[in-house]
Design a protein around this ligand. Structure first.
Ligand code: UT7
Length: 332
């Protein structure tokens, strides 16, 4: 019997309408378009506006579009995993809320929080359920409303993040397409450089934690930058070597969009050209769990059946990893 692999059969995304430009940010904190473009490479990012709107609202739009474009009825979906660090609420899981809002009633699901690697971890997890033969239609979502935990008085973090959601549909195949391999890592000793100080069981929310702005993203940028450059490149090069993939044989590299300098350094180490790299950081910033599916969504028409694709991430935790897949379809 041939081995079952998980193949992506469709991809969808959603970004909110509101565009927060570098010029508008420069009126909020002491920064400039020039600094942000030079140090990070972001021109603008999307922000979800509106009272009572959360991560699941963006994810629901992405999933509804995905169901429609893949001709899938909600009742056919048997699993939904959501990669997210800004869940609608601590519990229940955002996966449950998305399932309810999209009419997915015959599935089980859960959230995965692996910082910016959440979508990649979720995609690998979902692929194992498909490979085992137990699940046939699995939706993997990556969604975050980063503006809900961003301090817009802190110039060292507020230019970086944006809001967005993306989703893919995974199905089984016995053909030579789909997810071929993955490499995942964690190093918990890096947790002190990028985290949310309060709101968990160690430091529950209080007047003091709110006053001290401890519910916002804390990041010590330099050590995160250093580790991201090394680890994302290492894990991508390791994947190429493991599968004897030359730079020319790689159709697309899909990196987490955290900093243009990190993306460029990784591409250089892999020996690939910038034209082989999906980059939309200038438009959306770092949407955390949504960066990879938003890239696949934007590039869907340029992806062809059989294309060799490597995805790679680095995020809070530290977490990092890569996936090697053969793209499964030509978009209509
Ligand atoms: O997705 C999860 C993983 N996260 C990442 O991969 C992020 C990794 N880190 C980074 O991308 C970069 O470290 C940052 C973009 C966060 C910061 O860039 P940097 O080149 O490491 O700058 P820095 O923090 O070392 O700061 C350099 C200078 C400082 O001024 P002094 O001390 O040299 O006078 C900062 O105060 O730049 C200053 N600065 C700013 N200036 C203008 C920091 N933020 C800003 C700003 N505008 N927005």
């Amino acid at each position: 019997m041939k081995k079952i692999k998980a193949v992506i059969k469709g991809v969808s995304g959603y970004v909110p309408d509101y565009i927060l430009t570098n010029d508008e940010l420069s009126q909020m904190v002491d920064t400039s378009d020039e600094w942000i473009m030079t140090r990070i490479g972001i021109k603008e990012r999307r922000i979800l506006k509106g009272e009572g709107k959360g991560t699941s609202d963006m994810a629901t739009i992405a999933v509804n579009n995905l169901l429609q474009k893949t001709n899938t009825s909600p009742g056919e979906v048997d699993m939904l995993i959501c990669g997210v660090v800004t869940p609608d609420m601590k519990f229940p899981a955002t996966a449950n809320i998305i399932s309810d809002k999209t009419g997915i009633k015959n599935a089980f699901g859960f959230d995965i929080n692996a910082g910016c690697s959440s979508f990649l971890y979720a995609l690998v997890t979902a692929s194992k359920f498909i490979e085992s033969g137990s699940h046939k239609k699995v939706i993997v979502v990556g969604a975050d409303k980063m503006s809900s935990i961003t301090d817009y008085t802190d110039r060292s973090t507020c230019p970086i993040f944006g809001d967005g959601a993306g989703a893919v549909l995974l199905e089984p195949t016995e053909d030579d397409f789909g997810i071929i391999d993955s490499i995942l890592h964690v190093d918990g000793s890096g947790r002190k450089y990028l985290y949310q100080v309060a709101g968990g069981s160690v430091k529950p929310a209080s007047h003091e934690t709110v006053d001290a702005k401890e519910h916002f993203i804390f990041q010590d940028g330099r050590p995160v930058f250093k580790a991201a450059v090394k680890d994302m490149a290492d894990v991508s090069v390791e994947m190429m070597k493991k599968h004897n993939l030359s730079p020319e044989q790689l159709a697309w590299f899909v990196p987490h969009q955290a900093n243009m300098r990190i993306i460029e350094a990784t591409a250089k180490r892999m020996g690939i050209k910038k034209e082989q790299v999906m980059i939309n950081i200038q438009k959306y910033g770092n949407t955390t769990s949504a960066t990879l599916p938003l890239c696949l969504w934007e590039w869907e028409k340029k992806l062809h059946k059989g294309d060799n694709v490597i995805l790679a991430t680095f995020g809070a935790g530290f977490t990092w990893g890569s996936i090697y897949l053969k793209w499964g379809y030509d978009a209509k």
